[in-house]
Design a protein. Structure first.
Lengths: 334, 330
């Protein structure tokens, strides 16, 4: 290769056109999967396309998605919070305890959210101030938060929540649209704007791609991460309010295993587990996909374990597919 | 094959699938269990199928979550409501958290009963317990007495001194001791439902009471440890271990002779009786109200108490004749 050859070559800013990138994007692929699953569900069960049934089924994902939005931001910066289900347990227990002392609905909600934020702050301080790895800290606090709930409750339950408290988990805003769906939509838009249209959102990608460069560029890395842990705590508190309201009772085993479902939702949504990339739209579609798969298979009375296998297979499949296409394309070029 | 043909084929397959699985006139009874992959519940499902075969025109939907969580069961219940099943019979992971979902099911005309592990009264029409405290208390002493026709000494190895269930059963047992005048209860010890402590307490019993004829352990942990201690002390044939245990864990003790028999509910009977009750309620052949007597097929009738609860039967006796059949079940 001569020098003149290279001099003639122009290096484009982007390899592919905007349209091509959109079609090849994760979100479009996932949307295709979602449409496919929706179609399959309508064919597989005559009960799927019933507005009330779909409305009932939306509870499969709304609460988890609330946390997934905040978790997405956290994972984009290269951190993770595995204590979210533990936060739900502790927050719900705190609400139940306050209930026994005679708290009304507004106080209960305030307590639920505050405990969430406090738990997030506890995680955040350990991780950002003391420099401990988030995966280790939150595995610890996952047991710690739920452990406190077990100490308070043992094999007992708090129940007798006031009837107006049930609006969050069982109330309808209008028609078949539940308040949880409204919260889900509002949060999806809110988090979408925060991540994609604000300065703060841009910084998260910078931190995730190169925290050192971010630091030297004047981004307050630790402070930003602290805010995200608080936000994740707040969302877990919100999910605790909704779930407690829906169940009408608190047990220490509440929301057991949800941390993995939330992380699955985020990763399925195309947020790189290594940090630095992904969109809120992807998480929204992933939430819908997971909800539809669970409900659709449930209508066919498919056992839960098969459902887990299906979700796991879906996750691996959707992650492997673009990589596979890339590999095949590279082979052809050669 | 073109894409459109593929889609048409898939749709065709799906439709034929629906046509074969759902018969419109069938009474569809959903047996919702704590979690799938548990031998106890698999056996209950077999009993449910037996009842369905006997009744005819009944479809059993055996389902449940993967983990023993209330949230998982609620998802299952929601999908059953969506399918408009005729009856839901649930063994609950949480007596309170399922109430809103089950109330919704009842609002939509679905018969809801709980079995094995109950739901709070406002969330179901009735509850079927496998047995009652009185029947359990009577059974554990009878098991010991049947093996000692000449009377003698028995000792009790319980869980903890504060275990509600065990204390009630022992109390119920003491209430019928008048029927066994030649049997003397010499001691009650507590193994705290820990294998090693139960083992040591049994060793202590054997040393303190050389003439001991039987040990009654109304706890599945204690009975296994006691049988092991008796075997290790070379007292097989002298001291009979009995009480409440699981066939899978007790098979060895029955084989060695350390335990001649023990009892626990029979999951097959439980699934059978539950299905019979659900069928009778769903078809309006019976109404769940205080004092009602509802048929359970070969298991007799269930009489509802003040809380709309009923007990199925005395615990089922397991011995050398049937242990092989059940040891792989639960």
């Amino acid at each position: 290769m001569s020098i003149s050859d290279t001099a003639l070559r122009t290096i484009p800013n982007r390899l592919h056109s905007r349209g091509y990138r959109l079609i090849r994007s994760w979100e479009v692929l996932l949307l295709g999967v979602a449409i496919l699953i929706f179609f399959a569900n309508t064919q597989a069960s005559p009960y799927f396309l019933d507005p009330w049934n779909l409305s009932d089924a939306s509870f499969n994902f709304t609460e988890k998605a609330m946390i997934a939005f905040a978790m997405a931001l956290l994972i984009i910066t290269g951190e993770i919070d595995l204590s979210v289900a533990g936060i739900i347990a502790l927050s719900s227990t705190a609400m139940g305890y306050a209930l026994q002392l005679g708290a009304g609905t507004p106080t209960l909600v305030l307590i639920g959210l505050s405990v969430g934020v406090l738990c997030g702050a506890f995680n955040g301080v350990l991780i950002t101030k003391m420099g401990l790895p988030s995966i280790v800290v939150t595995i610890g606090t996952m047991s710690l938060f739920r452990g406190i709930a077990y100490i308070v409750l043992g094999d007992q339950a708090f129940n007798g929540y006031p009837s107006d408290f049930s609006v969050f988990g069982r109330g309808y805003a209008f028609g078949v649209i539940t308040w949880e769906i409204v919260i889900f939509v509002v949060l999806a838009i809110g988090f979408g704007v925060l991540l994609h249209l604000t300065n703060f959102g841009r910084k998260l990608y910078v931190i995730g791609n190169n925290p050192t460069a971010a630091l030297f560029s004047g981004v307050k890395v630790q402070r930003t991460k602290m805010i995200l842990f608080l936000l994740t705590g707040l969302m877990s508190g919100l999910a605790a309010v909704c779930l407690t309201s829906r169940l009408g009772s608190t047990r220490p085993s509440i929301a057991l295993g949800w941390e993995l479902e939330v992380v699955t939702m985020v990763v399925l949504g195309g947020i790189s587990i290594l940090g630095g990339s992904g969109t809120i739209v992807g998480v929204v579609i992933a939430a819908l996909v997971m909800g539809m798969v669970t409900f659709g298979l449930g209508l066919l009375n498919v056992p839960g374990i098969v459902m887990s296998i299906f979700i796991g297979g879906l996750l691996i499949g959707v992650i492997a597919l673009p990589r596979l296409i890339g590999l095949i394309a590279a082979q052809r070029k050669r | 094959m073109s894409l459109s043909k593929k889609i048409a084929l898939a749709a065709g397959l799906a439709t034929s699938f629906i046509a074969t699985t759902a018969m419109a006139d069938d009474v569809r009874i959903a047996l919702v269990v704590k979690s799938l992959g548990n031998g106890f519940f698999e056996a209950a499902a077999r009993g449910a199928e037996e009842a369905a075969g006997e009744l005819g025109g009944v479809e059993i939907i055996y389902t449940g979550p993967t983990d023993t969580t209330a949230e998982g069961q609620i998802e299952v219940i929601n999908s059953l409501i969506a399918q408009r099943v005729d009856a839901i019979a649930v063994s609950a992971n949480d007596p309170d958290a399922l109430v809103p979902a089950l109330q919704k099911a009842m609002d939509r005309g679905i018969t809801v009963i709980s079995w094995d592990s109950g739901v709070a009264p406002e969330g179901r029409e009735m509850h079927l317990s496998p047995s009652s405290n009185a029947l359990i208390g009577q059974t554990i002493i009878k098991l010991a007495a049947d093996e000692m026709p000449d009377g003698g000494q028995v000792a009790i190895l319980s869980a903890t001194s504060t275990s509600t269930n065990q204390n009630i059963w022992i109390e119920e047992m003491n209430a019928v001791m008048g029927d066994y005048l030649n049997i003397e209860v010499v001691a009650t010890v507590y193994g705290d439902d820990l294998a090693d402590k139960s083992y040591r307490e049994t060793q202590g019993l054997i040393q303190t009471y050389p003439d001991l004829d039987a040990i009654i352990a109304p706890t599945s942990v204690g009975i296994v440890a006691a049988a092991q201690a008796v075997a290790d002390a070379g007292k097989i044939g002298e001291v009979n271990v009995t009480g409440l245990g699981l066939p899978s864990e007790m098979a060895g003790a029955i084989e060695s002779g350390a335990s001649k028999s023990f009892a626990i509910w029979n999951p097959v009977d439980l699934g059978y009786a539950t299905t019979m009750l659900a069928y009778n309620l769903a078809t309006d052949a019976a109404t769940a109200e205080v004092g009602a007597e509802i048929g359970m097929g070969r298991m007799g009738t269930a009489t509802l108490d003040d809380n709309n609860e009923a007990a199925m039967s005395t615990p089922f006796k397991y011995d050398a004749s049937n242990i092989d059949e059940f040891k792989s079940v639960f």
